[in-house]
Ligand binder design. Structure first.
Ligand code: G4P
Length: 538
């Protein structure tokens, strides 16, 4: 038994450590500068010697694996790095999200593990399609969003116009905290809205060194840049008039977003973003369990698995589950219980994952991410706990809209094929459906976006040495149904019923929405339940 005094001091530590945590993800359209920003953030925190150790883009050192090569070639990023660093005595956990909407299910899972998101906009492009989709996911999860307008060093749109677009398109009221001096492409510095303090930046070449920041008094700044200074003052006056001021309640409720301007490449505004995260973003809070009761932060250890990934790089062919700590103190070696099966789970091999580097984690607190190696039994959405049982709500599977039958090209490789399919299903890379009619040799893949098929075929080929053929099926709509409906629905044309591997649910697939509506009208008593849609996450 733990001494009550020890228990009280552990509780106190948990509360104190949790208050220092900030766990967030960056959402952006590919090319908006997410990798550059991530590197610049880490550079400010001085956890790496020079920019480039976080992500593996061409010419940069980082994570490598076969399928990541494919992602990079296509400008997409499926796999994630988790980055932890200390900034102003706060522990920052930065989780990467896939940039492409076809992987919105994966993004949704990552966003289940964060307390805030940074929405990164390209100053020249504003809200781009993937940003919109990813923002929808944030909204559906109630994640507060900080907006960073990037690439202000390059010609782009007007600041007020960008703010207007954010408000009009996604209904998020912008609350700029800083204001740029100089139009996009003529970036001179940043004015603090609350204090009026002006910081001039001398740009550094590349992302490897910080830009030099100098606080300049208003008179000097006005004399140096008369036109830009007076324009900025006019704009600031306008912002005050329309009441675009900081409001914590609106930020936390997801109806308003603090906005910052900067250039990740020149390291301008990046420290300000970190300050904003530390000062304004919420620390981890008690998480509701599946019954809606909050698990207090100081309750015994618990965590949510939000991602499972194998073969993250060639040197580590193992399978890792990423656990977000939700309550209590995690200590390596502790035995947790897997809520789904009730089985014990040993945490001897707990690691932190930083790009391709891994280090052993000895302890962790709410908000931290722990990588659990060889976690074969764990799936995204699972709960692990110590002592008091708890189960957090599972992460729902999205409605698939693309379907294909997959088969091993070479019958001799069937064993590898089966193993690979099972593995990818467990990682929730794609949904796997089966029916007696089709047999185990030809499962059906169900995807939210077609790029998921490419990830599956590439990984089966490269990791499992199982080349495959894929035949697309003419279905576009899926609904949850049940065993009773199976016989009736299977007898209809342009309709097929299959069972999902992950949860045993029956899915009825239809050629299109009209066909589904006709069948539904014919059998109004059968179960036709919609799933959340990846494209619109309602
Ligand atoms: P991503 O992860 O969101 O896909 O974007 P990434 O950071 O790779 O940035 C995309 C491109 O935008 C890169 O240029 C990068 O250097 C540039 N970039 C990012 N932030 C800024 C910024 O603040 N200002 C300017 N001017 N450019 C920025 P690239 O030429 O495509 O790649 P690279 O060869 O520089 O890596």
């Amino acid at each position: 038994m733990t001494d009550p005094q020890d228990a009280a001091s552990i509780d106190k530590r948990v509360v104190g450590e949790t208050a220092r945590r900030r766990t967030f993800a960056v959402i952006s359209h590919p090319d908006a500068g997410k990798s550059t920003l991530t590197e610049a953030l880490a550079l400010h925190a001085e956890v790496i010697d020079s920019a480039g150790a976080v992500h593996g883009k061409s010419g940069r050192k980082g994570v490598t694996s076969d399928w990541m090569e494919m992602e990079r070639a296509r400008g997409i990023s499926v796999s994630s790095a988790v980055l932890q660093f200390v900034y102003r005595d706060n522990v920052i956990n930065l989780l990467d999200t896939p940039g492409h909407g076809d992987f919105s299910e994966d993004t949704y899972r990552v966003l289940a593990a964060v307390d805030a998101a940074v929405m990164l906009l390209d100053a020249a492009k504003g809200l781009e399609p993937q940003t919109l989709k990813l923002f929808d996911v944030c909204r559906s999860r109630g994640v507060p969003v900080i907006t960073f307008v990037n690439k202000w060093d390059r010609p782009g749109r007007e600041a007020l116009e960008l703010l207007d677009e954010v408000e009009q398109t996604i209904g998020l009221r912008p609350m700029p905290l800083t204001w740029p001096l100089g139009i996009a492409g003529q970036f001179k510095g940043l004015i603090e809205r609350e204090t009026g303090e002006y910081t001039a930046f001398t740009r550094a070449a590349g992302g490897a060194t910080k830009a030099t920041a100098t606080v300049v008094d208003a008179e000097t700044a006005a004399a140096q840049e008369p036109q830009y200074w007076s324009d900025a003052q006019d704009e600031l006056g306008l912002l005050d008039e329309i009441g675009a001021s900081w409001d914590e309640k609106d930020f936390l409720s997801g109806s308003a977003t603090p906005v910052l301007f900067g250039s990740a490449l020149s390291n301008i505004g990046v420290a300000r973003l970190l300050d904003t995260l530390v000062e304004l973003a919420p620390a981890p809070a008690a998480r509701p369990d599946s019954e809606g009761n909050d698990r207090p932060l100081s309750a015994p250890t618990s965590g949510l698995v939000f991602k499972v990934q194998a073969g993250m790089d060639k040197a580590h062919r193992d399978r890792m589950a990423f656990l977000r700590i939700c309550s209590g103190r995690f200590e390596r070696g502790m035995i947790l219980t897997h809520a789904t099966t009730g089985k014990p789970f040993a945490t001897k091999y707990a690691q932190s994952v930083f790009g391709s580097e891994r280090t052993t984690v000895e302890e962790a607190f709410p908000g931290d991410i722990v990588g659990l190696v060889n976690a074969t039994a764990l799936r995204p959405g699972d709960t692990l706990y110590a002592a008091d049982p708890v189960e957090f709500p599972t992460i729902p599977a999205f409605a698939p809209e693309y379907f294909a039958v997959i088969r091993a090209k070479d019958a001799g490789k069937y064993k590898q094929f089966r193993k690979g399919i099972e593995q990818l299903g467990n990682e929730a890379v794609i949904q796997i459906l089966r029916s007696d009619l089709r047999g185990d040799q030809a499962p059906v893949l169900a995807a939210v976006g077609p790029l998921q098929f490419d990830v599956v075929t590439t990984r089966l080929e490269t990791e499992f040495n199982a080349p495959v053929t894929l035949d697309r099926l003419p279905y576009q709509v899926a609904r949850l149904t049940d065993a009773e409906a199976e016989v009736t629905l299977s007898a209809q044309s342009e309709c097929e019923v299959l069972r999902r591997d992950s949860d045993g649910e029956y899915l009825a697939l239809f050629s299109n929405k009209w066909r589904m509506d006709i069948i539904r009208k014919k059998f109004p008593d059968l179960r036709f339940e919609a799933m959340p849609a990846g494209s619109t996450v309602s």
